[in-house]
Design a protein around this ligand. Structure first.
Ligand code: OXD
Ligand code: MN
Length: 586
């Protein structure tokens, strides 16, 4: 029976029931009793494995189909009426054509299965900035992940009332056929349809699909921004807290930066870091002339491999209760989990992410490189007191970053907002396992939004530029690169907690208390201004990391030009001008 009298919702649900023909329809109320029943059921069918409840209370393990382990950018579509509104970086199909294709796939796809109806909110329920959605799915795994990642339950329907202002999301696992897998967005209808996948980024429709692709379109219409950014608060020894947002491509350390532990010497002085979000920021002009950011999510969908007590103890602690692990190693000796980089002691009696016997001596990795933990944000030891604040936090700085082994300095600052938009637009990064495709090749990933911008990227850049007319005190814009390597292929910058040293410089620049070196690409720190005491890097190595290799930058220009040319008339004039200016300065 429906949980709401909202006729828009009921008409749509009925249509989807007629289409997919489920055996039963279950509305998710958000109540623990119902969720516990679903967990039990999923354990009976093998969809979930209940882990050691003493060591990992409330935790479960799931394995996806081996052909279904990452986001599928090649099969992700923006289906707006005009192709040019999707732009050259998105796959496009006309809405009617895509609906027809997907309704043919979804026809009868839930026969013999249960349809779960999940009312959810991105952002705090009742906040003027929250966006409501309803996801229909035939997967208990999706229900339980959505419960962690978003706010789920009856109260969303109460807050929605009779309104039709909600995102419709249909997800059918169907046969998990990769040839028939589609993640389709209909921004003009506020609708998402995802078929033939069970992998988080493709099926937790509140996350990439709503909170980035659909929300970026909404933000363009409504005068705000939906960004692929972490948000963190930094408290200095004076007790002042500053907030920054940072955009890095998938699997480039956003979760690590968002939960950073200050180096010991900083801790002693009283520095503290608070996590507001690790993946998505919704950013709006505030009444006080600043930009304010909220994290619309309620949990973390973090990459497991590499997460360790050393690299990110806060993420690890977050995943130690009420969490779901996907595609990691199952340690059979104590019914816990393991992944590469957790520690140096792989279990000797285990199953790998495929469910095959694994003893840690094999060359093949035990956990999939894109294996994940889904953990409630409230578990995070450094979660910000502002995490639930409906109005969010004011931003002092916006930081872009990529994974670049060569050329890109440790940090540089844009000369003004428009130059900052330029810096974001030319971001490049080596690809990772978060999406299917080749790993380690440099691709342009503007603002880390290449796979997530729900409209023409040229219009998106113009929207960024125009924000300066809406906001008096714009945050300063920076670019960082933690990933420069030496000739032996080792990282030069120690990274992790030591990144606070760079953040300190950034905050000083925001306050206007430090001079910086003017270079053709922007302002770069004088090496003496980065505090190195206690860091495992020499002054000379730091100088190298801050050196601008002008010849290499010149070589980048044709690639940027070529990338910009793809946008034709949509490329903002301001960005073309910034590119010319860069060329002239080099
Ligand atoms: C993610 C991603 O899962 O960016 O956050 O792929
Ligand atoms: Mn992400």
């Amino acid at each position: 029976m429906s949980l709401t009298t909202n006729s828009h919702v009921n008409t749509w649900i009925n249509a989807m029931v007629n289409l997919t023909q489920p055996e039963e329809v279950v509305w998710i109320t958000g109540e623990e009793e119902q969720l516990e029943q679903l967990r039990k059921q999923a354990c009976q069918t093998g969809e979930l494995i209940k882990l050691n409840q003493e060591k990992l209370p409330g935790c479960y393990l799931h394995r996806t189909d081996p052909n279904d382990v990452a986001r599928v950018e090649g099969r992700t579509y923006i289906c707006c009426k005009k192709e040019e509104d999707a732009g050259p970086t998105n796959n496009w199909m006309a809405p009617m054509e895509m609906y027809e294709k997907l309704y043919t796939i979804a026809k009868g796809a839930m026969a013999g299965r249960t349809m779960y109806v999940i009312p959810f909110s991105m952002g705090k329920v009742g906040s003027p900035f929250a966006k409501y959605g309803i996801e229909i799915t035939d997967s208990i795994y999706v229900v339980l992940n959505m419960v962690i990642m978003t706010r789920v339950g009856k109260e969303i329907l109460t807050a929605l009332g009779d309104s039709d202002d909600y995102t419709k999301g249909l997800h059918c696992k169907d046969q998990l056929n990769p040839e028939q897998r589609y993640i389709a967005h209909f921004p003009q209808d506020n609708t998402i349809i995802s078929v033939n996948s069970g992998y988080g980024g493709n099926v937790l429709l509140g996350k990439k699909c709503l909170a980035l692709r659909i929300a970026s379109h909404m933000g363009h219409q409504e005068g705000w921004m939906a960004e692929h950014m972490l948000i963190l608060g930094i408290e200095n020894p004076k007790g002042e807290i500053y907030y920054v947002a940072a955009a890095f491509p998938s699997a480039c350390g956003k979760t690590n930066l968002a939960m950073l532990i200050p180096p010991e010497i900083y801790q002693k002085k009283g520095w503290k870091v608070y996590c507001v979000g690790d993946d998505i920021a919704w950013i709006r002009p505030g009444e006080d002339g600043r930009l304010w950011a909220v994290n619309p999510e309620n949990g973390f969908f973090g990459v497991a491999p590499g997460t360790s007590p050393k690299s990110n103890p806060n993420a690890l602690a977050s995943s130690m209760k009420n969490s779901i692990f996907t595609n990691v190693v199952h340690n059979l000796d104590n019914n816990t989990v393991w992944w590469e980089g957790l520690d140096k002691n792989p279990p000797s009696n285990a199953r790998d992410w495929l469910g095959k016997d694994w003893d840690g001596t094999k060359e093949e990795k035990g956990a999939h490189p894109n294996s994940r933990f889904t953990a409630p944000a409230v578990n995070c030891p450094c979660i910000s007191s502002e995490f639930e604040s409906p109005k969010g936090v004011p931003l002092s700085a916006i930081i872009f970053g990529g994974r670049r082994a060569k050329m890109m300095p440790l940090v540089y600052e844009a000369t003004d907002w428009t130059h900052g938009v330029f810096v974001g637009s030319i971001m490049g990064s080596e690809t990772t396992a978060a999406a299917t495709g080749k790993v380690g090749v440099v691709r342009r990933d503007p603002m880390a939004m290449l796979p997530f911008c729900g409209y023409n990227m040229g219009d998106y850049w113009q929207h960024w530029i125009d924000m300066k007319n809406k906001v008096e005190k714009m945050p300063k814009v920076f670019h960082v690169n933690w990933f420069r390597t030496n000739d032996a292929g080792q990282f030069i910058w120690p990274g992790f907690g030591d990144n606070l040293r760079v953040l300190e410089w950034i905050l000083e620049r925001c306050k206007g208390t430090l001079e910086a070196k003017e270079t053709p690409i922007g302002y770069v720190p004088f090496a003496k201004d980065l505090y190195l005491e206690g860091a495992d890097i020499s002054f000379e190595a730091l100088e190298k990391l801050l050196h601008i290799e002008e010849e290499k930058w010149k070589e980048e220009i044709p690639g940027i030009q070529e990338f910009y040319n793809r946008f034709g008339d949509k490329i903002p004039k301001d960005l073309k001008r910034e590119l010319e200016k860069l060329e002239n300065r080099l």
